[in-house]
Structure formats: structure tokens, C-alpha cells
Design a protein around this ligand. Structure first.
Ligand code: PHE
Length: 452
């Protein structure tokens, strides 16, 4: 079934790095801290950890397996693997297509803020530990329509250009090497943040759970974050799995990616929350939290401007790996199903995102009052994708693997790299995917949306 002319990752290590590059991104450095801050801290973190282990990891294994079996884009994969007459499962792929565009519409904007902050860091204009000054600097950027659109287009132009080059030359080449440097800078930030006076309050906010704050809506947000973080429920991991080589050990790859991703998020949390309390920032500030506290931590240490600049450069680079994997879903569908040349598919995808991106970019300024269900376009796209489409996609993927595709396929795949440990892992993952994950997601989704 494999098509020999299909592009793919050139080595198992390259595939691991690209998969990690998809998972690690603004989700760790921007979304994880801001959601943890606005959802009460440690209680949210506990639910997020449970969701990652019991739902995220098994779904990730399932998605990669499906992709490697089908060797096709997210829509075609379900068509190929479903039994005759059940082609309807391909709706999962189309939902993923829609989710990719929605996520990109706001993700490209946040990435744009990061790019803009590189220059603000160099100029010294954000070197402050004063919450008021930091708030004004952030507000000026995001409420300015031209600056917002400009930076969003810089991001779209750059990543569109890279994605047009394909999997091995584009994605794999760019996402190698940079993770360790980001890691090192985060550790440096943590050390500085932890040695600020008053750091303890931030640590207890992050690690001492108050379960009274854990409402059904908070649980849904934590579950949505688990999907978003590991790039699940929308065909990204399936598409990347389709580029894996036969000898890639999928459970081991998934477990490594999950652990590394979690470490980056926790480091970001430890870098940010002590500083939030030490400098008197508001933990529930939302999307602006990182853009205010990170500069404050750097400002309070020697050589701050240099490290601050390096930090935003690396965050911008980390966002590229995630964006490429988001773009890859629609690009693969358009080029494989509709036989568009890869460059044409990239241009079409970027064009669609550019259109959807306008209201998201203007959400903090010109269009701040334009709301649907009480949410700006930016928040609405985020809510629709993370809290609805990804969990729903997750349930459908679990049902498909657990009840339609079955255990035989994954076990056959394991035979190629299989050790007894692997077989046990795959059976455990299968059990979680068949029973635990779909039920848990359904209950959380219905409760969180108050439909239950
Ligand atoms: N996981 C990425 C991040 O945390 C975002 C992402 C979501 C990427 C869904 C692909 C698919 O930044």
C-alpha cells in the first residue's frame, strides 16, 4: 500500500525530532502558563497531567499507528483503513483540516507577537519589572491593527515558504538542533525566577492544588490543552505517522515526546509563576501573561537584554516546528487528494489562514467589541478548536481504532520492532483507547459544555 514516491522522514531520529518539534511550541511557553494562571493553578495542572497520561499518550500512539498503516493524508487515511461502506470516517480528517485553519488563525498572531518582541527586546523597550509599564507595551502592540497584521503575515510568509519545500528538506531540516538551546535558556530563567524574593508563593500556586477551583469547565480546558499540547485529535500526528519509517518504535517515540513536552511546559511554569508573585503581576492575566513576566525576569538579571532577545528568538523558532505540523495537515490533503503541486497547496492553505487570521489579529484592538457567544474571534477560534474540535476528533479516533480498526493492525506493526514490553504497552494503550479515553472525553466534553 505504501507509495514509494511519497516524501517522508529520512531517519527515526529525524522523525522523533520533528514530532517533538510539533508538540513543543507556543503551547508550552504561552498557552500552558496562561491557562494554568487563569484556571487556578495546581488543580488545573493535576487534571492536565491525568489527561496527558490517560488520554493524550494512548491517542498519540493510535494516531501515529493509523498514519503509518495508511501512508496517506488525514482524510484519505480513514478512507483507506475503514471497512468497505464506512468511508464516512473520513469526516475526522476534514474536522482536522478545519481545526488546523482555526488554530493557525490565532496561533500565527501569537507567533507574530513573539517576533515583534524580539525587536522590542533588542531595543530595550520591554526591559521592565513594573506590571503597568509591561502592560502598556503589550497593549500597544496587540491593539495596533497594522502591526498585528504585519507580524502575522511575516509568520505566515516564512512558514509557508518552508512548508513548500516538503517533509525531509523543509520540516526535518529546520526542527533539528534548536531544542537543547531553548531548554538551557528556560533552566536559566527558572534559576533566576526561583531566587527572587517571594518566589515561594508562585511555587505553591503551581504545585499545591486547591480542588475547589476545579470545575467542569476547568477540566474541559485541561483536556483541550492536553490535545493541543501533543498536537492530537486533528490528524497532525496521523500525518506525521504516515511519514515514519517502518522501524520507528511508535510507543517509545510517543512517550519520549510526551515527557520532553511536559518538561518544557513545567520549566516555563517554574520560570513564570514565582516571578508573577514576586513582581505583583496578575496570574489570571490570560494571553498577555508570558509577554509581561518573562521580560521582567530577564530584566532583573545581568545581561538581561541579550538573554531576553535569545529567548524570544528561540521561542519564535520553536513555534515554527509546531506551525509546520499544523500546516502539513491541509497541505497534505490538498496535494495528495486534489493532486495540487505542493507549492500550490501551501499557497492555498496560507491564503485561507490569512483570511481567517484577519479577525483574530484585530481581536485585541479594532474588533475587540465584535463578539460571538461572548467571545472575540481570537478566543472563539481557540475555544472551538481546543475545547470542541480536538476532543471530538479524539473521541472519533479512539472509536475508530478501538472498535473498527482493532488490535490486529497495531500488533502486526509492533512485530517489526516488538519486544515483550512493547506488546504489553500496545495492549495497555489499546485498552485505554477502546474504553477509557472515549468515555472520559465524552463525559468531560458534555459536562464542560454544560450539555449534561
Ligand atoms: N502542540 C503545539 C504547541 O503546543 C500546537 C499544535 C496543536 C500543533 C495542534 C499541531 C497541532 O504549540
Amino acid at each position: 500500500m505504501a507509495q514509494s514516491n511519497r516524501d517522508g522522514f529520512t531517519s527515526t531520529f529525524g522523525a522523533l525530532v520533528a514530532t517533538l518539534g510539533s508538540a513543543v511550541g507556543l503551547g508550552n511557553i504561552w498557552k500552558f502558563p496562561s491557562l494554568t494562571g487563569s484556571n487556578g493553578g495546581a488543580g488545573f495542572l493535576v487534571v492536565y497531567l491525568l489527561a496527558t497520561l490517560l488520554v493524550g499518550l494512548p491517542v498519540m500512539i493510535a494516531e501515529c499507528m493509523l498514519g503509518r498503516s495508511a501512508r496517506a493524508d488525514a482524510v484519505t487515511s480513514f478512507e483507506r483503513l475503514a471497512p468497505k461502506g464506512q468511508g464516512g470516517w473520513k469526516v475526522i480528517g476534514w474536522m482536522g483540516f478545519a481545526a488546523a485553519l482555526l488554530i493557525m488563525a490565532f496561533y500565527s498572531e501569537v507567533a507574530g507577537w513573539v517576533y515583534a518582541y524580539i525587536f522590542k527586546a533588542i531595543s530595550g523597550s520591554i526591559a521592565t519589572t513594573d506590571p503597568k509599564v509591561a502592560g502598556v507595551a503589550f497593549g500597544e502592540l496587540v491593539s495596533n491593527p497594522w502591526a498585528s497584521l504585519f507580524w502575522q503575515w511575516v509568520v505566515l510568509g516564512l512558514t509557508g515558504f518552508i512548508i513548500a519545500f516538503g517533509v525531509s528538506k523543509g520540516i526535518e531540516a529546520v526542527t533539528r538542533r534548536l531544542m537543547p538551546v531553548l531548554f538551557a535558556l528556560l533552566i536559566l530563567l527558572c534559576i533566576r525566577s526561583l531566587t527572587l524574593s517571594g518566589a515561594g508563593q508562585g511555587l505553591s500556586f503551581l504545585f499545591m492544588p486547591d480542588f475547589a477551583k476545579v470545575t467542569p469547565a476547568v477540566i474541559l480546558t485541561a483536556l483541550g490543552l492536553a490535545f493541543f499540547k501533543l498536537s492530537l485529535g486533528m490528524g497532525t500526528m496521523l500525518t506525521y505517522g504516515s511519514y515514519f519509517r517502518p522501524e520507528q518504535n511508535i510507543p517509545a517515540t510517543a512517550a519520549r515526546v510526551m515527557l520532553a513536552d511536559l518538561s518544557v511546559s513545567l520549566l516555563a511554569g517554574i520560570a513564570i509563576f514565582p516571578a508573577v508573585f514576586a513582581f505583583g503581576f496578575e496570574p489570571a492575566a490570560g494571553p498577555s501573561l508570558v509577554f509581561m513576566t518573562i521580560p521582567a525576569v530577564f530584566t532583573s538579571m545581568p545581561g538581561g537584554v541579550i538573554f531576553m532577545t535569545a529567548f524570544f528568538v528561540l521561542t519564535a523558532i520553536a513555534s515554527v516546528g509546531a506551525i509546520l505540523s499544523l500546516l502539513e495537515v491541509p497541505v497534505a490533503v490538498l496535494s495528495e487528494r486534489f493532486h495540487l503541486p505542493r507549492k500550490g497547496a501551501a499557497i492555498a492553505t496560507i491564503g485561507l489562514i490569512g483570511l481567517l487570521g484577519v479577525p483574530a489579529a484585530l481581536s485585541q484592538g479594532t474588533m475587540a467589541e465584535v463578539k460571538l457567544f461572548g467571545l472575540t474571534a481570537f478566543d472563539l477560534f481557540d475555544f472551538l478548536s481546543s475545547n470542541i474540535l480536538l476532543p471530538l476528533g479524539g473521541i472519533l479516533i479512539c472509536l475508530f481504532v478501538g472498535w473498527v480498526y482493532g488490535l490486529a493492525g497495531p500488533e502486526r506493526q509492533m512485530a517489526e520492532t516488538g519486544t515483550p514490553m512493547n506488546r504489553l504497552t500496545i495492549r495497555t494503550a489499546f485498552f485505554l483507547v477502546r474504553y477509557v479515553a472515549p468515555l472520559a472525553i465524552a463525559v468531560v466534553l458534555l459536562n464542560g459544555l454544560k450539555l449534561f
